[in-house]
Design a protein around this ligand. Structure first.
Ligand SMILES: [Fe+2]
Length: 388
C-alpha cells in the first residue's frame, strides 16, 4: 500500500516560492496543491477556513520515493495551505492540509529557532528520546518562521532509520509548517541521506540564503576538520580552500543588516570539544561584519562576549553561541568559565532569534519553555552596535 513515510516538510523558502518534500513507501508520482488561506475573524474554530480555493498545482509523472516539488509565483510573507499527493499502480495517497508562509522580505521582522544534537546527543540520551520531543514541542510552541539545526541531528547519518527516529518523527509537527536548514555534524558522517532529504542550494553541505534582514551562511566544518585529523585541519583553512573562498566572497557580496554564520564545530567554548582550528575563519567573518556565529558539538549552551582579534570588543565583535541543543552534558563544561564566556549552562534547550531592522535578540529556552538567557544587539543606520 502506498503511504507517506516522512513529512510533508518545507524547504528553501523564498519571497515567491516554497519547496515541499515528502517520502513515500513506494516509487510514485509527485503533486503539490496550494490553496488560498482564508482567515476566520470570529468564532472558536481556528484561524482559517477549510481550504477550498485551489491556487496552483505542480505535478510530475516521474516516479520517486523522496519527492521534491517547488511551487512558484507566490506572494511574499503570505499564508497559504498545501497538500501533497502521490500515486502509482498500487493506489494513491494524499496528505492533510497544512498552512505555510512564504519568506519575509527586507524590513519585515521574523523569528527563527536554533538547536542541534537531536540525534540522541551522541548516544548519551537516557530519556528514550523524551528530551528530543520536548525540545521540538517547545520550538513549535514559540512559532519560528524558520528553524536551524547545527548538526548531529542523527546519531549515524549512514543509517536510514536514524533519520526517522531522531529527526523526522519527533520533528514532524514543527517541520510540516516550518522550513528547516541543517549543517553537517560529525554524526551525519557526510552520509548520502543528508543530501537526499534536503533541498539546499548546491553543493548542499555549504550554502547561504537571505531571510528578512538577515544573511545566513551555513558551512561544513566537518570538511575543514576531517575525522582522520580531528581536532586539527587536514589542510590549510585559508585562501584557496573552496569553503574559505565561498565564505569570503559570499559575505562581501551581502549588504544585509545582520549576518549570521552557522557550522558544527565551536571555535569558542569553555569545555570539551572546543575546536580551535575553526578560529582561522574569524578574521574573514570579523571583516565582513558578521554579528553572530552558531555552532554545537559541545552539548551545552554557551554565549561568548563579543570577540574580535581574540579579544573582547563591544563595537565590532562577534558573539559565538554554542547551541548544543537537545541534550545536556554538564561534565563537558570546564569547572570555571573561560575568559571569553558570557553565559554558560548545560541544560537541554533551543535558541529563539527575533529579528527586526533595528535589533537582533536571542533567547535561550529550556525544554520546559522557560527563558534562561537573553541577549539583544541593536545597530543604528551607521552600523554602530549596542549590546544588552
Ligand atoms: Fe558533534
Amino acid at each position: 500500500m502506498l503511504t507517506i513515510l516522512k513529512g510533508p516538510y518545507l524547504q528553501w523558502p523564498t519571497l515567491e516560492t516554497m519547496t515541499f518534500m515528502w517520502e513515500t513507501s513506494e516509487p510514485s508520482t509527485s503533486e503539490v496543491r496550494v490553496f488560498v488561506a482564508e482567515r476566520i475573524h470570529s468564532g472558536h474554530h481556528g484561524n482559517f477556513k477549510r481550504p477550498e480555493q485551489l491556487l496552483s498545482s505542480v505535478a510530475t509523472q516521474e516516479y520517486s520515493t523522496i519527492h521534491q516539488v517547488t511551487v512558484a509565483n507566490l506572494q511574499p510573507g503570505t499564508y497559504y495551505f498545501y497538500q501533497v499527493y502521490s500515486s502509482n499502480e498500487s493506489g494513491d495517497v494524499e496528505s492533510n492540509f497544512y498552512p505555510f508562509m512564504t519568506a519575509a522580505g527586507d524590513g519585515i521582522p521574523f523569528s527563527f529557532a536554533v538547536t542541534s544534537e537531536t540525534g540522541g546527543f551522541s548516544g548519551f540520551d537516557q530519556s528514550g528520546g523524551q528530551i528530543n520531543r520536548n525540545i521540538f514541542a517547545q520550538m513549535k510552541r514559540y512559532r519560528p518562521d524558520i528553524a536551524l539545526f547545527i548538526g548531529d541531528i542523527v546519531d549515524d547519518g549512514d543509517e536510514y532509520d536514524h533519520w526517522e527516529k531522531y529527526f523526522f518523527a519527533p520533528g514532524q509537527e514543527l517541520l510540516v509548517n516550518t522550513p528547516s536548514y541543517c549543517c553537517l555534524g560529525n554524526h551525519e558522517n557526510n552520509g548520502s541521506w543528508f543530501y537526499k532529504y534536503f533541498a539546499f542550494a548546491a553543493p548542499k553541505n555549504f550554502y547561504s540564503f537571505d531571510y528578512g534582514d538577515v544573511h545566513f551562511v551555513c558551512l561544513d566544518s566537518t570538511d575543514f576538520i576531517k575525522s582522520e585529523t580531528y581536532p586539527y585541519s587536514s589542510e590549510e583553512i585559508g585562501p584557496g580552500h573552496a569553503q574559505y573562498e565561498f565564505l569570503l566572497h559570499d559575505l562581501r557580496a551581502s549588504s544585509a543588516k545582520w549576518k549570521i554564520v552557522f557550522f558544527h564545530y565551536p571555535p569558542y567554548v569553555s569545555g570539551g570539544y572546543e575546536v580551535e582550528a575553526m578560529r582561522k575563519l574569524c578574521s574573514v567573518m570579523e571583516q565582513a561584519g558578521v554579528d553572530v556565529v552558531f555552532s554545537s558539538h559541545t552539548i551545552v549552551y554557551e554565549r561568548s562576549h563579543p570577540l574580535k582579534d581574540g579579544k573582547i570588543d563591544f563595537q565590532d565583535g562577534i558573539v559565538y553561541v554554542v547551541a548544543g541543543g537537545a541534550g545536556a552534558m554538564p561534565e563537558w563544561l570546564l569547572p570555571k568559565r573561560a575568559w571569553h564566556t558570557s553565559q554558560s549552562l548545560a541544560v537541554p534547550h533551543f535558541v529563539q532569534g527575533v529579528v527586526t531592522p533595528q535589533s537582533l535578540e536571542l533567547r535561550a529556552i529550556d525544554e520546559n519553555g522557560n527563558l534562561f538567557d537573553l541577549f539583544r544587539l541593536t545597530k543604528d543606520d551607521e552600523g554602530n552596535k549596542s549590546y544588552f
